[in-house]
Design a protein. Structure first.
Length: 443
């Protein structure tokens, strides 16, 4: 093996094995093959301080073929295939602090590309599946730092996309469609193995047609429309214990709104039909006796009180008692009386309605904030994106190994060949514009 100083005249046109020295201090910079004066073939490269930088294949001063790149402390940075200074082909990339494997699989021009596995810094598998330009892209399996499966399904540009299954502590939490890392489309939410909701989603909220189930009895409690995670639109509400119909009609933001009917879930009798506002009887309506099912009152309501023109009926016979004008539940003016009513305009009798007792005006045993339900079940923070778990690396971040084209970048990072060595190598290979210009930046 010949020994030469870097850029010495005898290098020109030389082919064979050489040891190249730095003229200033006789430090070995390269040992290996050169061809026609160019670093081509198998060799070993050191920096000016004598630290091992790379060993493996070269092609005109560029890393090419199988090789191994090192951190400045001697730990392996990358081992695998290179093409013209790029990580390209099958390879292994390691964490700088610990030397633990960070990624194994396919690369293309310094990106994780194709099939691969990414690991947490504790060595546990983080992701296994398809990559594209450094992103999770295609089909993959995502795990938490303890090795529990978090998600399996489709990815696009680092976010969940298409059909997938979300897990928590080994149990299925969600199964269905996702878009841009959020629940979007048709799917099911589970709690303890039981279906909590099935229907449509928009940006992690129940949206459109859906069915909600009681988390304890597992019976259907709502069948209808949702908006923003709450009952909104037309729907039917069921008693979670008996499964009987409780209410059918309009909803808004989780409360009865518009026209609707309320039922006695024990005997199926109609309790109320008419207008609702904010969950209260409001507008024109008919109230029926809770036990007998006979008409009790017909007329105007204002926030659960008799208000405006109306008529009271005997709860036992159903006969008209009094017709008149009410204000906040007080009869202030009586007109036609039914037989035996004895009620008059001067009585000013208070008539009460108990919508939250005999006449429930809000749905039972289920939270009215569906978005909160979703967040609690998913273990989600207030952030808008579903990441499964907070990790030391952001799953949605682009994963790239960037080989720079600026010598100043190499000077600033010190991750690869020192700029001083670069300059001297470039003197020998002036026609190769990218020779040795390596900057490695792994998120």
């Amino acid at each position: 093996m010949a020994t030469m100083y870097l850029n010495a005249p005898e290098m020109v046109g030389y082919t064979g094995r050489v040891t190249l020295l730095l003229p200033s201090n006789d430090q070995v910079l390269y040992a290996g093959q050169i061809k026609n004066g160019r670093i081509t073939g198998q060799g070993v490269l050191w920096d000016q301080e004598g630290n091992l930088v790379y060993q493996g294949g070269f092609l005109m001063e560029m890393y090419d073929g199988e090789g191994e790149l090192f951190y400045s402390d001697g730990r392996t940075m990358y081992k695998g295939s290179f093409v013209k200074n790029y990580f390209d082909g099958v390879g292994y990339y390691y964490y700088p602090e610990t030397g633990i494997l960070q990624y194994e699989g396919s690369f293309a021009k310094d990106y994780f590309e194709g099939v691969g596995k990414k690991y947490y810094s504790n060595g546990m598998l983080q992701y296994e599946g398809d990559f594209s330009r450094g992103y999770y892209h295609g089909t993959g399996w995502l795990y938490d730092p303890d090795g529990q499966l978090v998600f399996v399904g489709g990815f696009k540009d680092g976010k969940q996309e298409g059909r997938g299954i979300l897990y928590k502590e080994g149990q299925v939490l969600y199964e269905g469609q996702l878009a841009a890392g959020k629940l979007n489309g048709e799917g099911k939410v589970y709690s303890g193995g039981a279906v909590l909701y099935e229907g449509f989603f928009k940006d992690n909220n129940f949206e459109g047609a859906g069915k909600a189930y009681d988390p304890f009895s597992e019976t259907l409690i709502y069948d209808g429309e949702f908006s923003g995670g709450n009952y909104s639109g037309n729907g039917k509400l069921f008693d979670p214990l008996s499964g009987n119909l409780l209410y059918e009609g309009g909803f808004y933001d989780g409360a009865y709104e518009g026209e609707g009917k309320l039922y006695n879930t024990t005997n199926g009798f109609l309790l109320y039909e008419g207008g609702f506002r904010l969950g209260f009887f409001d507008g024109k309506g008919v109230l029926y006796d809770f036990i007998s099912g006979l008409k009790q009152y017909e007329g105007g309501f204002l926030l659960d009180s008799y208000n405006g023109e109306g008529a009271l009926y005997d709860q036992m016979t159903g006969l008209l008692q009094v017709r008149g004008v009410f204000r906040s539940g007080v009869l202030i003016s009586a007109g036609e009386n039914g037989a035996g009513s004895g009620a008059g305009s001067g009585d000013n009798k208070q008539f009460t309605v108990e919508p939250n007792g005999a006449y429930p005006s809000v749905f039972p045993s289920f939270p009215d904030d569906m978005e909160t339900v979703i967040k609690d079940l998913l273990g989600e923070s207030d952030s808008e994106e579903i990441d499964g778990y907070d990790t030391e690396e952001t799953e949605n971040e682009e994963i790239i190994v960037d080989i720079g084209e600026d010598e100043d970048d190499a000077k600033e990072t010190g991750n690869a060949i020192e700029a001083g060595v670069l300059e001297q190598l470039l003197e020998t290979a002036a026609s190769v514009s990218q020779a040795g210009q390596l900057e490695l930046d792994i998120p």
